[in-house]
Ligand binder design. Structure first.
Ligand SMILES: N[C@@H](CCC(=O)N[C@@H](CS)C(=O)NCC(=O)O)C(=O)O
Length: 210
């Protein structure tokens, strides 16, 4: 059985969780409370010495860090893996884009705006600069999605799940979808794919078994 270590509300944890649901892969979900620092306690460091979630352990005991690496592993041999070498290269291009141009800005802006709003005022300058940086990446993404329903064209793939993780909660980071119509349409399209479950369902009673 696959084992996923994850925390509530995280776009990164949402990615392998959603992929396993959509692929019908059964898994055990182990919730780690990052707000109390459980990820840095020895019991968890013994599992993942990097002290972060998500973390995946495959049925044969291989451990996998990095949400997008998990997507790659989970999609092998399924319709969620892009079909050609060119499309797979493009998938990786967008997955690196997500981790360098979007996630590092949307995630902390959302954290201090919505998840621990008590620090919003103290972090106002940081939040503004994360929002500006995210805006550049989001404009690029919106232009890309203007001419295709999914990230790689007509087929839904792990590329969409990788980007969706944080992009679909951009308003919780104080950003607006008003100027990003193609992203807004894509969020609706991805949310209507087979087996889709929302981030808010991660950690609910039905969330562990596929
Ligand atoms: N690039 C990693 C990011 C992992 C990461 O930073 N996870 C956050 C939660 S989304 C975390 O564990 N934060 C707690 C900490 O850094 O102590 C991925 O995509 O999996």
């Amino acid at each position: 059985m696959m084992k996923l270590y994850a925390c509530l509300g995280s776009g990164n944890c949402f990615k392998p969780w959603l992929a396993m649901h959509q692929l019908g892969i059964p898994f055990d979900l182990h919730l780690i409370n990052v707000l109390t620092g459980e990820q840095k306690e020895q019991a968890y460091l013994d599992i993942n010495p990097l002290g972060v979630v998500p973390f995946l352990i495959t049925p044969n005991g291989q451990s996998i860090g990095e949400s997008n690496a998990m997507l790659w592993y989970l999609a092998e041999g399924t319709p969620l893996m892009p079909a050609t070498p060119e499309l797979r290269a493009e998938a990786l291009q967008w997955m690196f884009f997500e981790q360098s141009k979007l996630e590092p800005f949307i995630s902390p802006a959302r954290f201090f705006t919505t998840i621990v709003p008590g620090e919003r005022e103290a972090r106002a300058a940081d939040i503004a600069s994360w929002q500006t940086a995210a805006g550049g990446g989001l404009a690029r993404l919106d232009a890309h999605l203007e001419t295709r329903p999914f990230m790689l064209g007509d087929s839904y793939s792990i590329t969409d799940i990788a980007l969706f993780g944080y992009v679909h909660v951009l308003e919780e980071a104080g950003l607006s979808l008003a100027e990003l119509p193609a992203i807004a349409r894509w969020i609706e399209t991805v949310s209507a794919t087979d087996g889709f479950r929302p981030l808010s369902a991660l950690g609910t009673a039905q969330s562990a078994a596929a």
